[in-house]
Write a protein that binds this ligand. Structure first.
Ligand SMILES: Cc1cc2nc3c(=O)[nH]c(=O)nc-3n(C[C@H](O)[C@H](O)[C@H](O)COP(=O)(O)O)c2cc1C
Length: 337
C-alpha cells in the first residue's frame, strides 16, 4: 500500500516569502515595517501628495512622497503634512536628476528623519547610498536591468525595485516578466516588481516570479487621493492597452505616457525628418499646452496597464482589493488550502 505522505507546509522561497498562514507577509514587510508588500510608486510633480501617501501607509502599504517637481520648502511641508496624517512608515523618493538635487534632498531626508528613501531611474551613486545608510535610512533602488541591479546591490541598497518597460514614467527596455526573475536570480537582497501591475493577478504573478512585493504607479494615479486632475484620471480610465507611447520629448529620457493626437503627429513628423528648429518649436508648444491642460495636448504619464483600470477608488480600497483578490486567486490555484 502506498502511504500518502502528510503534506508539509511550503518552505520559504529564495526571497524569504513565508508560508501560506501569513501568505503575503514577506521579507519586504519585515524590512519596511509594513503589513502588505505593496508600495505606491512615487508620482512626481506633486501627484503623490500627503493625502495619497498617508492613505496608502494607513492601509498597510508603503506610501512614497516624490521629491521631483517640489521645491525644498514644498517638500518640507509635504513631509510635515504626511506626518500629521499617518504615524506609519512612509518613504521619500529622490530621483537622481543631478548631483545638487540629489544631495540637497538627501540632506533634507536625513534632517527630517525619513526612515526610507527610494531612488528613481538612474544610479544614485555609492556616496549618496552610504550617506543615507550611515544615518540608518533604508534605501530602495529602482533598476531597469540586471546590470544596474548588481551595481546598486554593491553600492549597498537594502532592496531593489525591478521596473519593466510597461511602467508609467521613465522606462528601460526590458519588460517586467523577464526582468524580475533575472534580477531575483542575480542578487541576494529583496526584489520588488514594478511595471504593469494593476490588480490581484499582477500582484500574485509578481510573487510567483520571485519578487517579495510590488510597486504600483499608474493604479494610484487613478485613486481618489492622487493630486492629478480628474480629466487626467478619466483619460486613464478610457485608455486601452495600445494607448501609451515611449518618448524622450518631455524629459530627454524615455518616458511612457498616454498618447494624444498632437504627440502622435509630432512623433510621426520627427520620424519623417522634421527639422531640428521645427522640432524644438513643436515640443515647446506641446509642453506649454500640456502645462495649461489644453485638450489634445495632454499626454498623461501612464503605463501599459492603464487599460486594466476601470474606476477611481480610494487608495485603501485599491490595496484591499489586491490583497483579498490575491488570497482568493491563490486558494483557487491551490484548492487544498
Ligand atoms: C505620473 C507618474 C509619475 C511618476 N513619477 C516618478 C517619480 O517622480 N520618481 C520615480 O522614481 N518614479 C516615478 N514614476 C514611476 C512610478 O513610481 C512606478 O515605479 C511606476 O509607475 C510603476 O509602473 P506602473 O505605472 O505600470 O504601475 C512615476 C509614474 C507615473 C505614472
Amino acid at each position: 500500500m502506498i502511504k500518502k505522505e502528510k503534506e508539509q507546509p511550503p518552505e520559504p522561497d529564495r526571497q524569504g516569502n513565508k508560508a501560506p498562514n501569513r501568505l503575503f507577509h514577506t521579507r519586504l514587510c519585515e524590512l519596511l515595517g509594513i503589513e502588505y508588500p505593496i508600495i505606491q510608486g512615487a508620482l512626481g510633480g506633486g501627484i503623490s501628495g500627503p493625502e495619497l501617501v498617508a492613505a496608502v501607509s494607513n492601509a498597510g502599504g508603503l506610501g512614497v512622497l516624490a521629491a521631483w517637481g517640489l521645491s525644498m520648502d514644498q517638500l518640507r511641508r509635504a513631509i510635515e503634512r504626511t506626518r500629521e496624517l499617518t504615524a506609519r512608515p512612509f518613504a521619500l523618493n529622490i530621483m537622481p536628476v543631478n548631483l545638487p538635487f540629489t544631495q540637497s534632498r538627501t540632506e533634507l531626508a536625513i534632517k527630517e528623519k525619513i526612515g526610507i528613501v527610494t531612488t528613481g531611474r538612474g544610479d544614485p551613486k555609492a556616496p549618496i547610498v552610504q550617506r543615507l545608510k550611515s544615518e540608518g535610512v533604508k534605501v530602495l533602488g529602482v533598476v531597469p536591468t540586471v546590470r544596474h541591479a548588481k551595481r546598486l546591490e554593491q553600492e549597498g541598497v537594502d532592496a531593489l525595485v525591478a521596473s519593466g518597460c510597461e511602467a508609467g514614467g521613465h522606462v528601460g527596455k526590458v519588460a517586467t516578466m523577464p526582468l524580475v526573475p533575472q534580477v531575483v536570480d542575480a542578487v541576494n537582497i529583496p526584489v520588488v516588481a514594478a511595471g504593469g501591475i494593476m490588480d490581484a493577478r499582477g500582484f500574485l504573478a509578481a510573487l510567483a516570479l520571485g519578487a517579495c512585493g510590488v510597486q504600483l504607479g499608474t493604479r494610484f494615479v487613478a485613486s481618489e487621493e492622487s493630486l492629478t486632475s480628474l480629466e487626467e484620471k478619466k483619460r486613464i480610465l478610457e485608455a486601452t492597452d495600445e494607448d501609451t507611447v515611449v518618448t524622450e520629448i518631455f524629459t530627454g529620457k524615455p518616458v511612457r505616457v498616454l498618447t494624444s493626437p498632437r504627440l502622435v503627429s509630432l512623433i510621426k513628423a520627427m520620424r519623417d525628418g522634421l527639422s531640428p528648429e521645427e522640432t524644438r518649436q513643436r515640443i515647446q508648444e506641446l509642453r506649454k499646452g500640456k502645462r495649461a491642460g489644453q485638450p489634445g495636448y495632454n499626454s498623461v504619464t501612464s503605463g501599459q496597464g492603464s487599460g486594466l483600470i476601470h474606476n477611481i477608488l480610494p487608495a485603501a480600497e485599491i490595496i484591499r482589493e489586491i490583497i483579498s483578490g490575491a488570497e482568493a486567486l491563490y486558494k483557487h490555484l491551490n484548492p487544498r488550502l
